[in-house]
Design a protein around this ligand. Structure first.
Ligand code: PBG
Length: 338
């Protein structure tokens, strides 16, 4: 058989050389995932001894403050640096203005204080937004037409942040997308000597259908009904706008910024990292988790392999860390492989 390869110096390069053996694949690997990259989001509900599965998020449960302690202990043991708290609020406490969010004796401040007392070395992050607390499921205060009002919402969000800071939270993460809220929260924190409370801004947060299972988990889906968050969360078609949002949040005092959702928005993550070079995080949201879990449960994808590949992709795209419901499972796997 005659060869089709006619050039004497074919091939010009052999990129496969470095890929030939595991030692050299490891040697040339550009990005790695470590446990220090993981932030574990958890759902907290009032009660005792509660471990309530979230059907659309296999493996995710709602914990009461007491059962959550074991999870925090596991995070510490595995070396996961931060746990992110999301409340499931009693429907009887939900109001149009969501003012329960600013209750110093509310569920989240109590859990924060207890976690910081028991596990001072574990970072605790709280979400700043009103949707778990409002009777209509929007992230802020609405007018007669259902439009979310910016300034009145910022006032309540700031009270929420101050209450959590007073409870000892390490990082507040405004996920509401109101204009100007980072600056107001930063100034209010500084004025009250909460000078070490970090702000991780959900800067580029898109109006995404991938949040579906989360809204089931916190019980805001039924409140929200058929309405949407298009007047404050970003349009999925926009890229330049994400950079303007990040620039504004940094100017106003954010310590870290976030892109959300994760996998469908890796292009935005990379651009944000390139443009600003600041600590940049991605949220692999509930729908992304649900989709991988569902495919794995059907035997269509290899669970552990797609989990690790998806998380590594965030690092390659420029992420300094990932909020992911896979955090515990990934940390266990990383420990086994070490
Ligand atoms: C609340 C909030 C949401 C998520 C995080 N904080 C839902 C939303 O904006 O509707 C989504 C997280 C996920 O889907 O895992 N503002």
């Amino acid at each position: 058989m005659t060869s089709f390869i006619v050039s004497a110096d074919f091939p010009a390069a052999r990129p496969r050389r470095n890929r030939r053996d595991e030692f050299s694949r490891r040697l040339v690997r550009e990005n790695v995932l470590t446990t220090a990259d993981l932030i574990y989001p958890v759902f907290v509900i009032e009660g005792q001894g509660v471990r309530e599965p979230v059907p659309s998020m296999p493996g995710v449960v709602r914990y009461s403050p007491d059962t959550l302690l074991a999870v925090a202990e596991e995070c510490v043991a595995l070396g996961i640096p931060v746990m992110a708290l999301f409340p499931v609020i009693d429907p009887a406490l939900k109001t149009p203005d969501g003012i329960e969010a600013a209750n110093p004796d509310g569920l989240i401040p109590r859990v924060v204080a207890e976690l910081k007392r028991r596990f001072p070395e574990l970072g605790v992050l709280t979400d700043i937004a009103l949707d778990p607390y409002t009777s209509h499921g929007q992230d802020g205060v609405i007018d007669a037409d259902g439009y979310v009002l910016n300034e009145p919402t910022v006032e309540i969000l700031t009270r929420q942040a101050l209450v959590q800071a007073a409870a000892g939270v390490d990082i507040v993460a405004p996920s509401d997308m109101m204009d100007g809220r980072i600056g107001v929260i930063r100034q209010a924190l500084e004025a009250r000597q909460h000078i070490y409370t970090r702000i991780m801004a959900y800067s580029a947060k898109y109006a995404s259908a991938f949040y579906g299972p989360f809204r089931d988990a916190v019980g805001s889906a039924t409140n929200l009904g058929k309405s949407n968050k298009f007047t404050y969360q970003m349009d999925p078609g926009n890229r330049n706008e994400a950079l303007r949002e990040v620039a504004a949040d940094l100017r106003e005092g954010a310590d870290m910024v976030m892109v959300k959702p994760g996998m469908p928005y890796l292009d935005v993550l990379r651009e944000v990292k390139n443009a600003f070079g600041v600590p940049t995080y991605a949220y692999q949201v509930s729908g992304e988790y649900a989709m991988l879990k569902a495919a794995a449960a059907n035997g269509w994808l290899d669970h552990d392999k797609v989990m690790m590949e998806s998380l590594l992709a965030f690092k390659r795209a420029g992420g300094d860390g990932i909020l992911t419901y896979f955090a515990i499972e990934a940390a266990k796997l990383l420990k086994e492989q070490a």
